[in-house]
Design a protein around this ligand. Structure first.
Ligand SMILES: NC(=O)C1=CN([C@@H]2O[C@H](COP(=O)(O)OP(=O)(O)OC[C@H]3O[C@@H](n4cnc5c(N)ncnc54)[C@H](OP(=O)(O)O)[C@@H]3O)[C@@H](O)[C@H]2O)C=CC1
Ligand SMILES: O=C(O)[C@@H]1CCC=N1
Length: 264
């Protein structure tokens, strides 16, 4: 049975560990390394996992999850400073490329991922790409870990993770912005902020749930849109004001920034 060590015991690690335990991993297979004693105590009492502040001890695990901020990874590699051949490094750090990870950790199997924050609720959407040193068994292990906190999409080229960043990594923020604007407009139209918020949130939840049942979004939209009715008026206004173009430009800007950060 694989043993897994998380380096960094913050928000994302906590979400992943919760998912792993719910999907059948025994806490005794899981270790978390974090310098913060409060963080360690919280994880140990919430999940019953082993915790330590000794980064070098991660070398004993079969799978090492890098769940620290990107700027901490070089220091972590120095502290581990061990031959990791045969092990799998799974990184959730945004913008840290496989080439950088190989230069820091040596010739080792690497799974680079782009998760998103709904992982905190077990509803994550994560892109995955592995280097050539990763075996099929390691691919399946990485996928199994990711599926413990949501869905996993394996992309065939590393640069496609930049597109994943635009589609799912950053996109919770696009939906939050839409929700913010709808609450603002609903309030401007005379509703109380509380009523505008409740109606907007329930509709976002309902629309997302309907869209996951299999019908095409354009068909679902057509079913709401009576000929020359109210929805038609809203959609025509959105389209005349370049809604599609706004989304396409935002997603391209996101992808381009991900490319830039990967070079930094
Ligand atoms: N696509 C996305 O939307 C998201 C991506 N991510 C990625 O996930 C990663 C983790 O993010 P998140 O969980 O939010 O971060 P957090 O800051 O919540 O967690 C990081 C943890 O690592 C600890 N830490 C710092 N230095 C070390 C060290 N040398 N060894 C071990 N632990 C250390 C921190 O301790 P202390 O607080 O004391 O510094 C903290 O507890 C990031 O790389 C981020 O890019 C995260 C969220 C969403
Ligand atoms: O905004 C960012 O740079 C990170 C990467 C994806 C989500 N948050």
């Amino acid at each position: 049975m694989d043993k897994i060590t998380f380096i960094g015991g913050g928000n994302m690690a906590s979400a992943i560990i919760g998912g792993l335990i719910s999907s059948g991993w025994t806490p005794s297979r899981i270790t978390v390394v974090d310098p913060n004693a409060d963080q360690r105590d919280r994880l140990a009492s919430e999940h019953g996992v082993h915790t330590t502040d000794d980064v070098a001890s991660a070398a004993a695990a079969d799978i090492i999850v890098l769940a620290v901020k990107p700027q901490v990874i070089a220091a972590v590699a120095k502290q581990i400073n061990a031959d990791l051949s045969g092990k799998l490094i799974l990184s959730i750090a945004a913008g840290v490329t496989i080439a950088t990870l190989e230069s820091l950790f040596g010739p080792v199997a690497i799974a680079r991922t782009m998760p998103n924050t709904p992982a905190l609720l077990g509803l994550g959407a994560t892109g995955l790409h592995l280097n050539e040193r990763a075996s099929e068994a390691q691919h399946l292990a990485a996928k199994g870990i990711i599926e413990a906190f949501g869905i996993c999409v394996t992309v065939e080229r590393e640069d496609l993770l930049d597109a994943v960043t635009a589609v799912s990594g950053s996109s919770p923020a696009y939906y939050f912005l839409m929700i913010e604007e709808m609450i603002r407009s609903g309030t401007a139209l005379g509703l109380t902020p509380e009523d505008a918020r409740a109606l907007t949130l329930q509709t976002a939840l309902g629309a997302a749930a309907m869209a996951t049942k299999g019908d095409a979004p354009e068909d679902l939209r057509a079913r709401v849109t009576s000929p020359n009715g109210t929805t038609h008026a809203a959609i025509v206004s959105m389209q005349e004001n370049g809604f599609g173009d706004v989304i396409a430009k935002a997603m391209t800007a996101c992808r381009d920034r991900a490319v830039e950060l990967g070079k930094a």
